[in-house]
Write a protein that binds this ligand. Structure first.
Ligand code: NAI
Ligand SMILES: CC/C=C\C[C@H](O)C(=O)/C=C/C=C/C=C\C=C\[C@@H](O)C/C=C\CCC(=O)O
Length: 270
């Protein structure tokens, strides 16, 4: 996919991985709609990007991905302003094991909402131009992080939902690819929140597991993860694909075709 003049939408765009995704899309010639619930950081980033890329390459939209009214309204404004949506990155996410309903609402609910709402504008049966949706999961979407069971559940949900929706899109000829990004620990403010009991709650005593993992293997920089993100955007052969990136490599994850293809251990029910 050539990114020149493509219209992209990134949630959680104001900082961290979302900001890196915005920047790599701009560097590749796209226009980007920034969605975030943090008004000050969003406006600050918009001002910075205006100076580097010009005022017409980005717009910032204040919205909460847990709000159907917010998210629907903002996508309608984006289509009105930019004329279309070619690329969506559902990136917004938090870690909070105490307020776990909020974590589910943002990390999984926000991805579901963004995927469904954007498909209404993107799918060819609605007169859309097709395109690609990249949903940001985590390596915690592929294996359990004991200090964050709810976060783990939401990220597993993003993988399962996105792979299923990729199959729907293929079967229904939406013309929209849906892929999943699973990064290792990345140096952002979200990662810093792992060090606070406020965010991890009763699992706080287990945070040492994550710290040991990072001591042993390091942390990723957001701009490196953005290169992996770009692979999922540009490679038109990828739909329903899961790209995992850790400090050593970026690899596509293989899954069994069917649940029964998992390696299994027979159990007698007699
Ligand atoms: N930092 C890490 O170690 C890793 C992060 N991830 C995932 O990457 C994504 C981005 O994470 P980071 O950049 O690290 O986080 P971050 O905390 O640096 O940035 C997240 C952004 O999302 C925004 N946001 C939060 N809730 C929102 C809502 N309800 N509506 C709209 N915007 C909202 C925040 O205001 C913030 O600007 C998340 O989905 C996270 O789970 C995945 C693997 C590793
Ligand atoms: C507490 C969560 C901290 C940060 C969240 C961050 O956003 C994130 O998503 C980081 C994910 C990193 C995951 C890295 C590896 C995950 C591997 C899984 O397969 C679980 C493997 C081992 C579990 C820990 C252990 O028992 O060794």
């Amino acid at each position: 996919m050539d990114l020149k003049d493509k219209v992209c939408v990134v949630t959680g765009a104001a900082q961290g991985l979302g900001r890196s995704f915005v920047e790599i899309l701009l560097k590749n010639g796209s226009k980007v709609a920034l969605i975030d619930v943090n008004k000050s950081l969003g406006n600050e980033l918009k001002s910075t990007l205006d100076q580097e890329y010009g005022r017409d390459r980005t717009e910032f939209y204040l919205a909460d991905v847990t709000s159907e009214e917010d998210f629907k309204g903002v996508l309608e404004k984006i289509v009105k302003t930019f004329g279309r949506i070619d690329i969506l990155c559902n990136n917004a996410g938090i870690i909070n094991e105490k307020h776990w309903e909020k974590t589910i609402a943002i990390n999984l609910g926000g991805v579901v909402r963004g995927t469904y709402l954007a498909l209404e504008h993107m799918k060819k049966e609605n007169g859309g131009n097709g395109g690609v949706i990249v949903n940001v999961s985590s390596m915690a979407g592929l294996g359990p992080l004991p200090m964050a069971p709810i976060y783990t559940a939401t990220k597993h949900g993003v993988v399962g939902f996105s792979r299923a929706m990729a199959a729907v899109s293929k079967l229904a000829n939406y013309g929209v690819r849906i892929n999943i990004l699973c990064p290792w620990f990345v140096k952002t403010s979200l990662l810093s929140s792992m060090s606070s009991e406020e965010h991890i709650g009763s699992f706080f005593p287990l945070k040492g597991i994550a710290e040991t993992m990072m001591q042993n293997r390091g942390c990723l920089e957001a701009d490196v993860v953005a290169k992996a993100f770009l692979v999922l955007v540009k490679d038109e052969s990828k739909n329903g694909d899961v790209l995992m990136i850790d400090p050593d490599e970026a690899v596509f994850v293989s899954f069994p075709e069917r649940a029964k293809d998992f390696s299994t251990t027979p159990v007698s029910l007699e």
